[in-house]
Design a protein around this ligand. Structure first.
Ligand SMILES: [Fe+2]
Ligand SMILES: [Fe+2]
Length: 271
């Protein structure tokens, strides 16, 4: 299965680049499955339903969220009708929405996508390790599903690496989101799981994690509330990871970073 995961889409710059480039990327890379983290799409804070619809129309199969899941309140009823948009699975019981979804993939295949959130330097949440373990146990990789992807939305690389090694051999891909900076540690772990500590954001990198740099920097210089942060508006770099998996086992056989447009050095997976 040919899979592309794209990190946090930030603001208008990120949305426009995604909607402009994704249809072409689907064709160019012959993608079977596209997963996009959309938690910062709406002015940096949350995801509005019309944005989710636009991402799905542009070629996203599943949209994941994170700590900004509820910043746009309209998403709450939308999650009940659109199961392809998921929020972290380890939000406490009773929280609206779903933390995982199984989608159909061309060729009579199925893929499981799970969104989880870390706890180190993050809000207090249920255990993401046990929540993901329980979800994976409902499926049989290579039989009932042909790929399993986990977006671990977390701050600390230690937690992300510990998580990835815990599920090595049990998932096709464990990919980090939330820090908005792509890491260079993309690899296939010994058990066959593709991994990258952070996919990076789809946003303007002349910024502080996607937000306008002046206002964001002032927050560190002065101990007083700043004005509300606004997304940087320069051309976005789309950042993510391409993964090719074996359907029979669900394990990864190739992994390559993607960085397209904007300021970062460019990277495009070979055919
Ligand atoms: Fe984010
Ligand atoms: Fe986040």
């Amino acid at each position: 299965m040919r899979i592309l995961f794209l990190g946090d889409v930030v603001g208008r710059a990120g949305r426009e680049a995604l909607c402009r480039e994704l249809p072409g990327l689907r064709t160019r890379l012959a993608l079977d499955l596209v997963v996009v983290n959309g938690e910062n799409a709406s002015h940096g804070f949350g995801l509005a339903p019309e944005m989710a619809r636009a991402f799905l129309a542009a070629g996203a199969d599943v949209i994941t969220l994170g700590n900004h899941a509820w910043d746009r309140k309209e998403i709450i009823p939308y999650l009940e009708e659109e199961r392809r948009v998921i929020r972290p699975i380890n939000f406490p019981p009773g929280t609206p929405g779903q933390g995982a979804v199984v989608v159909e993939v061309p060729g009579n295949r199925r893929a499981l996508v799970i969104n989880a959130m870390g706890r180190l330097f993050m809000e207090a949440l249920d255990d993401p390790f046990r929540a993901v373990q329980a979800e994976l146990a409902k499926h049989r990789l290579g039989q009932t599903i042909h790929a399993a992807l986990i977006d671990l939305h977390a701050e600390a690389t230690s937690e992300k690496q510990a998580f990835a090694h815990s599920f090595d051999g049990l998932a096709s891909l464990v990919i980090g989101t939330h820090t908005h900076v792509p890491t260079a540690d993309h690899q296939i772990l010994p058990g066959g799981t593709a991994y990258q500590s952070d996919a990076g954001m789809c946003g303007d990198y002349d910024s502080v994690i996607g937000m306008q740099k002046g206002g964001a920097a002032l927050r560190f210089w002065r101990k007083m509330p700043g004005e509300r942060l606004a997304p940087a508006e320069g051309e976005a770099t789309l950042c993510g990871l391409f993964v090719e998996t074996q359907d029979a086992t669900g394990m990864a056989r190739r992994v390559a970073p993607l960085r397209l447009g904007g300021r970062l050095s460019q990277a495009m997976p070979e055919g």
